[in-house]
Design a protein around this ligand. Structure first.
Ligand SMILES: Cc1ncc(COP(=O)(O)O)c(C=O)c1O
Length: 403
């Protein structure tokens, strides 16, 4: 990265300067052009968007749907989102989902930005259980608000969110709590009792919950097929905003389309925030979204099954070295593991590029509680994953002898 000249830096806002560099990008830049590398640093699969989705966008473009559009998203997509949620959750508040609850965004990240912009300003605090996807922290900082980490811990039964510790972090300035379940990077998935306890804290203290359930379909628990959701327990007075995306379920990471789901009375405010950020999402992309929601079930099932096999393959291979510690993820498509004798994971990420020809993300990117861990994305076909897992095993076995 180039360094700013002091003259230019003086012109930048405090909030812009507070935007942290991504800890994942450092490894990516280091390994991007390395011949033969297996890159597993990013949070995406290797399958291209299925043709029935892309074709819907092409048809829309050919039909001339290239004009400015409604800031909420087009009615057809909002209806398709309501119908999709009905299929997934069997309605909300005892009736079908209302299309009025949905607002289309430029990806899940934009949905997160809007939620943070709507509820926080300088001096406000945002609770983030960590390890967590770094963009929750970044989105908070660029608003001038303060991220407050609530470190989770890895116990014998997996990652644990200590609810007393969470409540102790609440102050009069707490405006938001991010709940990412299933979690990127740990795969921790809140059970219904935990979701209920979090909702009770929101009711007691008045903060809003940003429910990031984007990996809800990638769930491996026995009570599946979907991860427990706030949809099952909220009532109409609850302060919960859902952020979601087409990126993962339908292999559309590069498209930049997602959605927010929120109480309809807030839609007007969010629409204004959309006007002054993206000014709306291209109609042809929204047509693709409708195709994904309507015809995408077998594709989603295929992806989830692939990720489930990927988790097991990598987990079993790494466990056979006797040098790693992890909780088998209940959801999402990552394995988050610690290596005995390797506490400096920032440097380890770079070394694994050089010495094992595998690119994985250092846990330091996911907050203090992630520091001793590495995140590997397992949303790949068996052959690539086996190659990566075998290279890591070889490296781990070799470096053990040097300890
Ligand atoms: C937990 C989580 N939330 C939100 C997103 C945002 O997804 P996108 O902006 O690609 O739609 C990601 C992407 O990796 C994620 O891991």
């Amino acid at each position: 990265m180039t360094t700013l000249s002091p003259r230019f830096e003086a012109a930048l806002s405090k909030e812009a300067l507070a935007a942290p560099p991504s800890g994942i990008v450092e490894v990516m830049v280091h390994g991007f052009d390395k011949p033969g590398i297996v890159p597993l640093w990013a949070g995406e699969g290797d399958l291209p968007t299925p043709p029935f989705v892309a074709d819907a966008a092409t048809r829309s473009l050919a039909a001339g749907e290239t004009f400015y559009t409604k800031q909420t998203g087009i009615d057809d997509l909002r209806q398709a989102l309501a119908a999709y949620h009905d299929r997934m959750y069997g309605g909300l508040f005892g009736k079908p989902f209302s299309p009025d609850r949905f607002v289309v965004t430029n990806g899940g990240m934009h949905a997160i930005q809007l939620a943070v912009a709507a509820f926080t300003g300088p001096g406000d605090e945002v609770l983030i259980p960590t390890p967590a996807w770094p963009n929750f922290d970044g989105a908070t900082r660029v608003r001038g608000a303060t991220p407050v980490e609530v470190p989770m811990s890895l116990g014998n039964d997996g990652w644990v969110l200590d609810l007393d510790r969470l409540e102790a972090a609440v102050t009069p300035r707490t405006k938001l709590l991010f709940v990412n379940s299933p979690s990127n990077p740990t795969g921790w998935t809140a059970d219904r009792a935990t979701l209920k306890a979090l909702l009770d804290l929101s009711r007691k203290h008045g903060f809003w919950i940003v429910a990031d359930e984007i990996y809800g379909r990638f769930y491996y628990g026995a009570d599946g097929p979907m991860a427990p959701s706030f949809h099952e327990i909220i009532d109409e007075t609850d302060r919960v905003v859902f952020v979601n995306t087409f990126s993962k379920n339908w292999a559309m990471t590069g498209w930049r389309i997602g959605w927010l789901e929120l109480p309809p009375t807030l839609v007007g405010t969010f629409v204004n925030l959309i006007q002054y950020s993206s000014s709306g999402t291209a109609v042809f992309m929204q047509r693709a979204g409708i195709a994904a929601l309507g015809q995408g079930e077998s594709f989603v099932a295929h992806q989830v099954e692939r990720a489930r096999r990927g988790v097991n393959l990598v987990a079993d291979t790494l466990a056979s070295t006797g040098r790693v510690r992890f909780a088998r993820p209940d959801g999402a498509f990552y394995l988050f593991f610690a290596i005995d004798g390797e506490p400096d994971t920032r440097r380890l990420g770079l070394r694994l590029v050089d010495e094992a020809n595998v690119g994985i993300a250092p846990g330091t990117a996911f907050g203090g509680a992630g520091a001793g861990y590495m995140r590997i994305c397992v949303a790949r076909g068996e052959e690539r994953l086996r190659l990566a897992a075998d290279r890591l095993k070889h490296w781990l076995d070799g470096s053990k002898q040097m300890l």
